[in-house]
Write a protein that binds this ligand. Structure first.
Ligand code: DGY
Length: 433
């Protein structure tokens, strides 16, 4: 079997009837940002199934517009914390927090690249109102004062759960929990590749806290001891707003377009405050202490994915080159020169294919084809050597975490079908880079 055939087989094997699990057993439900990437992967060979992935995720959307990070379509004992811990008032049951908003970008991608135009028009038109409500939720719930940056209230919301960027804000969260901790992940994956026990205590403390707050957004925002303007989430949201604007121009009103434009302007201006001249990349902001999270992580390159910071492309590429000197494959999730860099432990060092895809897209859009191509070549080499793993060790290239992973398969397929555009960008590569 070729790797592309394996990737398609993985998506089919992880299909639970209209939604994809990230991988069997370790993640037995539908995850929010996973599904956005996975939909783009499905679209390379089965457009109706790609749209279905999005419709299934939106079955979890709350009345206030929030799209939860997990939708529990069917019961499973393989994962903790399940619906009995979250106890939200929604059918199907869901978690009570969100995840990086890649969805509008996925919808626009499906719509732009559609082979079946009429079906894509109808599907995009039908989900546009849900996307609009979701982006309004981000502002109302997470930036009610309209300062520009949205807050994330749980490391799980950032998608980069145990990133060292969260060490300081997470230290404020008590480790006592009401809910007994019954981790399943460490029965399925080597504990050295997963978050530590102490972090889990604090993750669950936050779930207990927000459940007691009745999942009320204003209340959650006011009591959250972990409150950060994650550079990853904010950059992804800015990109998503731009993609939503394209959809609004086709399916929305002039007033709706203006509303999105205003948010884009505010968010772009606010991202500027997250640039770190000394470190040569962007950082997250701790919204409790109003200080920048000092550890450099791969999320710091994501503003380019939103089309922001293109004047700093050379500076960002130089930072990445420095990182490249210490690993064999880009992009490690944490600066490999950082003392707490752990090349095997989840978001503290390993390479993630989805993050590589976004960073490479950003460099390509900023006309740095050489850096984009280096990242894409590394992604493909990692997958072709180590398989469709959840993440990869950046020095040895070993595939680690869960296996047969949906979003890794999706990125592999997208990158192969992106081949034509990629070659075109390469030809336009600036001399001497
Ligand atoms: C997990 O359980 O590890 C997930 O990342 C949380 O969404």
């Amino acid at each position: 079997m070729t790797m592309a055939e394996q990737a398609r087989a993985t998506l089919r094997a992880n299909d639970r009837g209209g939604y994809s699990v990230p991988t069997a057993r370790l993640y037995p439900f539908q995850w929010n940002w996973d599904s956005a990437f996975v939909a783009m992967g499905w679209a390379t060979f089965d457009e109706p199934r790609a749209w279905q992935e999005i419709f299934s995720l939106l079955k979890g959307q709350w009345d206030d517009g929030m799209i939860p990070h997990i939708v529990f379509h069917a019961p499973s004992d393989d994962y903790f914390p399940g619906p009995a811990v979250w106890r939200v008032n929604h059918t199907p049951p869901t978690s009570g927090i969100t995840q990086p908003p890649v969805l509008a970008t996925a919808v626009r991608h499906l719509w732009d690249h559609a082979r079946d135009r009429p079906a894509a028009e109808a599907s995009a038109a039908s989900v546009y109102p849900s996307l609009r409500r979701n982006h309004r939720w981000w502002q109302a719930a997470r930036d009610p004062e309209r300062r520009g940056l949205v807050a994330t209230l749980h490391p799980w919301e950032t998608g980069m759960d145990n990133s060292p960027a969260w060490d300081m804000p997470l230290a404020r969260v008590p480790s006592e929990t009401v809910t007994p901790i019954r981790r399943r992940d460490t029965l399925l994956v080597d504990a050295a590749m997963r978050p530590r026990g102490d972090e889990y205590q604090r993750f669950i403390h936050l779930v207990d806290l927000f459940r007691d707050a009745g999942w009320d957004p204003a209340h959650m925002l006011s009591i959250a001891p972990f409150r950060v303007a994650d550079i990853g989430t904010n950059a992804i949201l800015l990109r998503a707003e731009k993609d939503l604007l394209a959809l609004a121009r086709r399916f929305g009103t002039t007033a709706e377009q203006m509303e999105v434009e205003a948010r884009i302007e505010r968010l772009s201006a606010a991202l500027e405050r997250l640039w770190q001249q000394q470190a040569g990349l962007y950082a997250s902001m701790d919204l409790v202490t109003h200080t920048l999270c000092p550890v450099a992580t791969s999320a710091g390159f994501l503003p380019l994915f939103s089309g922001h910071g293109q004047a700093r492309t050379d500076r960002l590429a130089a930072t990445l080159s420095r990182w490249a000197g210490r690993v064999t494959r880009l992009v490690p999730s944490t600066d490999p020169a950082f003392a707490g860099f752990e090349p095997k432990r989840y978001w503290r060092g390993p390479v993630w294919a989805v993050v590589n895809w976004m960073i490479a897209d950003g460099f390509a859009a900023a006309s740095d084809a050489a850096t984009a191509s280096r990242i894409r070549t590394d992604t493909v080499a990692l997958i072709e050597t180590a398989g469709l793993s959840e993440y990869f060790e950046p020095v040895t290239g070993q595939g680690i975490g869960g296996g047969d992973f949906s979003w890794t398969a999706a990125i592999y397929l997208m990158q192969s079908s992106d081949q034509a555009r990629w070659t075109t960008t390469l030809r336009q590569s600036r001399p001497g880079r």
